[in-house]
Design a protein around this ligand. Sequence first.
Ligand SMILES: NC(=O)c1ccc[n+]([C@@H]2O[C@H](COP(=O)([O-])OP(=O)(O)OC[C@H]3O[C@@H](n4cnc5c(N)ncnc54)[C@H](O)[C@@H]3O)[C@@H](O)[C@H]2O)c1
Length: 265
Amino acid sequence: MGRITFLMNGAAGKMGRAMATGLMQEDDLQIVGAVDIKCAGQDIGSLCGMDAVGVKIEENLTMVLEKTKPQVMVDFTNPQAVMKNIRTAMEHKVAVVVGTTGLGEAELQEIDNLTKIWQTPAFVAPNFALGAVLMMQFAEIAARYMPHVEVIEKHHDQKIDAPSGTAISTLERIAQGRKVFTQGAPNEFEKINGSRGGDFQGMRVHSVRLPGFVASQDVIFGDTGQTLTISHNSISRDSFVPGVLLAVRKVLGLQGLTYGLEKIM
Ligand SMILES: NC(=O)c1ccc[n+]([C@@H]2O[C@H](COP(=O)([O-])OP(=O)(O)OC[C@H]3O[C@@H](n4cnc5c(N)ncnc54)[C@H](O)[C@@H]3O)[C@@H](O)[C@H]2O)c1
């Protein structure tokens, strides 16, 4: 079987570089294109601290798709750019593996429709770290017994969307088995706006943004006389490589939109 050819979108970003570095080391994958609105003209290998691979970063996704005809586009760009990228890739019948966060229900519905129109698969995961997927599964189980729960997610200070895609996914999964009710004192009030965090069906979510973090999340459950904390830390971006590799290898065999790493683990 030939190698799977892929294009890295957002190639000059923190995740783009880390994922390109991981994927370029695999014998069964071949990078054929790299797109970013930064660092145009630079070789993606050199940018990742490796030998030059002869693939330069370019700005125009359509042109790179038509020139290099990849089988898969991997997207780690930003919430403002990602839908346009997905539409463009789909129109060229290029399967997508999307790690960019900030996609809501309407966007996921549109991606699902696009996969049907263009007969091309899409894979989207808010978190490609295996441990984070397990954290969500464990949280879903714990909430059945301990429904008072708050989420604290911590990311680097350049992240632009809040709360994180992982926090939203965690809350959505917990909500499937939890009766909606408002936590905390009925007469509680905030002395500083936002101190109680965001409200998702009565559960609170808090977003910390500080240099030094990659991606961490604590899911804290409270009950009479006890608390339970499920904690996950991505201490380096390498933690996302195995999940992205798995998705790139599997996406061509999928149909429609597949959402979440747990579906292909
Ligand atoms: N799913 C996961 O496991 C996971 C893990 C970490 C980060 N993320 C998400 O990945 C995304 C990227 O994160 P990051 O930390 O690498 O951010 P970053 O800002 O370092 O990188 C984003 C890159 O996208 C580029 N870009 C912006 N608009 C573009 C466009 N129209 N076309 C091409 N490139 C464009 C930027 O120039 C930048 O280089 C974010 O949405 C983040 O939340 C997901």
